[in-house]
Design a binder for this molecule. Structure first.
Ligand code: C5P
Length: 238
């Protein structure tokens, strides 16, 4: 059985591109990430199609609104069959707790497996300058990331999205049952693209990641299937 720790990011806005890549990767990859770009252009049919192919889906729509609205939105997304959904931890404890509780209640009512709910802590695109401009100069950003992770856990969420640099301390603080999903993965020799805080696949797993989100290193490879196989080979004994 394929290693589910590899999640391939489908950052396309065209359904045919999705089908081509998923078909090309075949049984090598089980998990796919559908983000805003794809979901807003192709819609729910892409989740349906992936599920019909026996794939798992991380629906990365990063909800952030008042508690009732986020909880309702997540319950609607759950009916599509996604396996992981997410919200912004900056929406606060009450929003996260309401979202997690309602999702569990709704899944139990429908007799379906509840999707995992994870939180974005601080977006990795936020640099120190952005951070200061938002008025948080006095708070070390790394400390805030861990605070959000612990708040998410306290609210009943299953895990967080974290840069490779943050996963080790989150793992230490939140324990082994907390999911850590890590983007910014770059195999040796691949382009960095616009990522700045990057990690090798094996290092990210070693630092505590449960799932690796990989986009361009697979999508833009001359041979995407081989690129995926190389990553799986690198982490297979970890
Ligand atoms: O192409 P690449 O491997 O950089 O793609 C990484 C994926 O993970 C993209 O879909 C990107 O939006 C997403 N992501 C990220 N950094 C975050 C959160 C999500 O790169 N902090």
């Amino acid at each position: 059985m394929a290693d589910e720790r590899l999640i391939v990011a489908l950052d396309f806005h065209n359904f045919d591109d999705v089908k081509n890549l998923v078909n090309e990767l075949g049984d090598t990859v089980v998990y796919y990430k559908v983000g805003m770009e794809l979901f807003y252009s192709v819609g729910a049919q892409v989740v349906d199609w992936l599920k019909s192919q026996g794939k798992k889906v991380f629906l990365d729509l990063k909800l952030n609104d008042i508690p009732n609205t986020v909880a309702g939105g997540l319950c609607s997304l759950m009916t599509l069959g996604a396996d992981i959904l997410n919200v912004h931890a900056s929406g606060g404890y009450t929003m996260m707790k309401t979202a997690a509780d309602r999702l569990h209640e709704e899944a139990a009512k429908r007799g379906i497996i509840c999707p995992k709910l994870i939180a974005i802590t601080v977006l990795t695109s936020v640099d120190q300058n952005d951070w200061n401009n938002m008025g948080y100069r006095e708070i070390p950003m790394a400390e805030q990331v861990v605070r959000f992770a612990k708040l998410a856990q306290f609210a009943g969420l299953d895990g967080v999205v974290s840069s490779p640099q943050e996963s080790r301390v989150i793992r230490e603080q939140c324990g082994n049952d907390f999911l850590i999903v890590t983007p910014g993965i770059r195999p040796a020799g691949s382009d960095i693209d616009d990522q700045s805080r990057i990690s090798l696949p094996s290092y990210a797993i070693r630092d505590g990641a449960n799932y690796l989100v990989v986009g361009r290193p697979i999508r833009s490879a001359e041979n995407p299937k081989q690129a995926a196989l190389d990553i799986l080979e690198e982490i297979k004994d970890l």
